[in-house]
Ligand binder design. Structure first.
Ligand code: TXA
Ligand code: MG
Length: 334
């Protein structure tokens, strides 16, 4: 399969590429597109055969359900059996935006989207290209991140091409995504609601709207059916072994002395002498700026032929928790 690439203006997407991509979706094809978090790999959410192709392209296990993207609250309500008041209040506050809500599904949602489960995850992305595409297709769009299963999420069109060229019909290239980290996933089917995946919207931002929620702990190992496979211990990982270090500069020095080729994601407090032979990337000290560059930096270091990537562990503060969560999964050995 040839993957067609169309450039699209991220702020005011042109009609022609959007119409072409919408047409591909309507006839059951796969379209990668930018969202405000990461690039998604979309298919018509109501077409089981089209969604099956997503699983094939990603090498995704069939027990991992997919988020359905909508352009209106009404479109989300059509997919769910219950639209609770807490859902309405969260949608008013955070949609369009990086919050995914898990709710009881309606029968019209194919089993393959929900991995056979009784719930469906819905979100309204805050990217003009995503919204224009969903509206032009006139369909809800099932879309996981556009990477091969368990690997780094794509925040630029080139990351998508690298992983998916020849596996998908079309890529809308809208430039780098701004958020850089995946959406927060919140399960509204349990009381109190349960945070399944940390993301760009924090626990306290959610609690300010709906009161106390709980954070799901990792499932016991060996459990057959996971509540949210994004909770898998190893995920979002580069191929190069990655480790976190409280003292990054001491750790890279040690590894250099052992003869390893090392890359480092340093926090930009400055003032340190850079070691020869170590590829150091100074990351922003502000969490949202850090998140925006996070995967792109890991993609670059992963392609640099290194033996090890060392990441300075960001502080244990709420606004860093989603990044610390991704780092923990990325550093889990296969
Ligand atoms: O920011 C994002 O969420 C991006 C963009 C493309 O929207 N999408 C994304 O999709 O990260 P994916 O498939 O890579 O991650 C979706 C997460 C997975 O951890 C999946 O298990 C969980 O959401 N999920 C999806 N449907 C679910 C459901 N019905 N119940 C529980 N978890 C669900
Ligand atoms: Mg993913």
């Amino acid at each position: 399969m040839q993957t067609e690439v169309l450039i699209v203006d991220p702020q005011s997407p042109e009609t022609i590429p959007i119409a072409r991509a919408a047409e591909v979706l309507r006839r059951g094809g796969l379209v990668a597109f930018p969202t405000e978090t990461v690039y998604g790999l979309g298919a018509n959410a109501l077409d089981a055969a089209a969604v099956r192709r997503i699983f094939e392209a990603k090498g995704r296990p069939a027990n991992n359900p997919i988020i359905v993207h909508v352009a209106e609250v009404e479109q989300a309500r059509q997919l769910v059996a219950v639209w609770p008041l807490v859902g309405e209040r969260l949608a008013v506050r955070f949609w369009p935006g990086p919050l995914t809500l898990v709710l009881p599904r309606r029968d019209m949602v194919p089993d393959i989207v929900t991995a056979g489960g009784p719930t469906v995850a819905v979100r309204m992305p805050a990217h003009p290209v995503s919204l224009a595409l969903i509206r032009a297709a006139g369909l809800p769009i099932a879309a996981p991140s556009a990477n091969r299963s368990t690997q780094l999420s794509p925040t630029r069109a080139e990351h998508v091409l690298h992983a998916m060229q020849g596996r998908i019909d079309l890529l809308l290239d809208g430039g780098p995504t701004s958020g850089g980290l995946e959406s927060t996933v919140l399960d509204l089917t349990s009381a109190p609601p349960r945070l399944l995946r940390l993301g760009l919207i924090t626990r306290s931002e959610i609690e300010a709207i709906i009161g106390p929620i709980v954070v799901s702990s990792a499932p016991p190992t060996g459990e057959a059916s996971l509540p949210s496979p994004g909770m898998l211990p190893r995920h979002y990982a580069p191929r190069t072994p990655l480790e976190c270090a409280a003292d990054g500069s001491a750790r890279v020095k040690e590894l250099r002395e052992a003869g390893l080729r090392v890359g480092r994601l340093a926090l930009s407090d400055g003032g340190e002498i850079e070691l020869p032979g170590v590829t150091t990337v100074r990351m922003p000290a502000e969490p949202s700026a850090y998140a925006a560059q996070f995967y792109a930096t890991l993609h670059v270091l992963d392609a640099a032929g290194l033996d090890r990537i060392v990441v300075d562990l960001p502080p244990d503060h709420e606004e860093w928790l989603a990044i610390r969560d991704r780092l923990r999964r990325a550093s889990t050995p296969p």
